[in-house]
Design a protein around this ligand. Structure first.
Ligand SMILES: CC(C)(COP(=O)(O)OP(=O)(O)OC[C@H]1O[C@@H](n2cnc3c(N)ncnc32)[C@H](O)[C@@H]1OP(=O)(O)O)[C@@H](O)C(=O)NCCC(=O)NCCS
Length: 265
């Protein structure tokens, strides 16, 4: 029987004794991590219980940088609107995160599940996966989604002809040795999607983060969080800037709204 008043955790522990004040994070002193580790290394350690390789740490840091801002996107709009209404920064950051969904920022997790399923289908025993198997997995992915009229999560972006973050992140993952079969499958899927649609629908930020997360053997649930959490800094920055501009009552002007309901008799 589980004791509902007791918590068990392997993540962290507060130490407060006559000789030491410390926080133990997955077997490491936080004061040592503060001195020696990066934010990305500490996040990876906290999530997995072990330190990332240098290549994984470099790539995760690049993921956080890639997600830090994307102009006045919905989470930044929320930051600015909340500043304009005098609403607090914690509320703005929470509101900014709540803007993310299946269409924006949340497409990585379903893609991560599809990528996993596709590789399991062509290589159920794991091991080395050759280019032919990767190609077959890309075809399987397209058959599962686009063939039935659905969109392939992690591909396409309205703001750019090609999402500049994806190739830059892929390059970091490849050169640092953090990229693996999931990044290869993502690239093969981009080519196969272009072939079937007759035009390029490039990998977007959710797509590349999904493949990197899987190649780092992190759970698919991490993908959206890795996009949204760094983006909170964007909500903060836009909130602060808007507040500095002294705007009041940001709203949609009436001439931009068409009322389509009935008028009273
Ligand atoms: C992000 C997204 C909404 C942007 O769409 P958009 O650039 O405005 O493009 P449209 O919705 O106008 O679609 C234009 C065409 O491209 C196709 N298309 C766009 N993204 C596609 C995708 N991911 N998979 C398959 N087809 C796609 C559409 O089906 C449409 O094709 P058609 O002309 O044959 O009907 C869209 O690409 C999408 O739904 N992607 C999947 C979700 C996702 O990854 N979101 C995260 C974004 S960071």
């Amino acid at each position: 029987m589980f004791d509902m008043h007791h918590y068990e955790t392997a993540i962290s522990k507060i130490v407060s004794t006559e000789t030491e004040e410390e926080l133990i994070l997955r077997g490491h002193r936080l004061s040592d991590l503060i001195r020696e580790a990066s934010f990305a290394q500490s996040v990876f350690l906290m999530l997995t219980g072990h330190m990332p390789t240098p290549g994984q740490a470099r790539t995760l840091d690049a993921v956080f940088t890639a997600c830090v801002d994307h102009a006045v996107t919905p989470s930044a709009m929320i930051g600015r609107a909340f500043a304009s209404y005098g609403t607090s920064i914690p509320a703005a950051i929470a509101g900014g995160i709540l803007m993310f969904g299946d269409i924006m920022g949340g497409a990585g997790e379903p893609l991560a599940r599809l990528l996993t399923q596709a590789l399991q289908t062509v290589a159920p025993d794991g091991g080395d996966i050759d280019d032919q198997a990767i190609q077959k997995a890309a075809g399987y992915l397209i058959d599962q989604t686009v063939q039935s009229g659905a969109r392939m999560p992690g591909f396409g972006i309205p703001a750019h002809a090609k999402d500049p973050r994806a190739p830059a992140l892929l390059e970091v993952a490849q050169t640092s040795g953090a990229a693996g079969p999931f990044c290869r499958l993502l690239v093969a899927t981009e080519a196969e999607l272009a072939r079937r649609k007759g035009r390029p629908i490039p990998i977007n930020i959710d797509g590349i983060v999904a493949a990197i997360v899987l190649d780092m053997e992190l759970p698919p649930e991490c993908v959206a969080a890795f996009v949204m959490i760094p983006r909170s800094f964007s909500t903060l920055a836009h909130h602060l800037e808007e507040k500095g501009q002294g705007t009041r009552w940001r709203h949609v002007p009436q001439d931009q709204v068409t009322y389509t309901g009935p008028m009273p008799e």
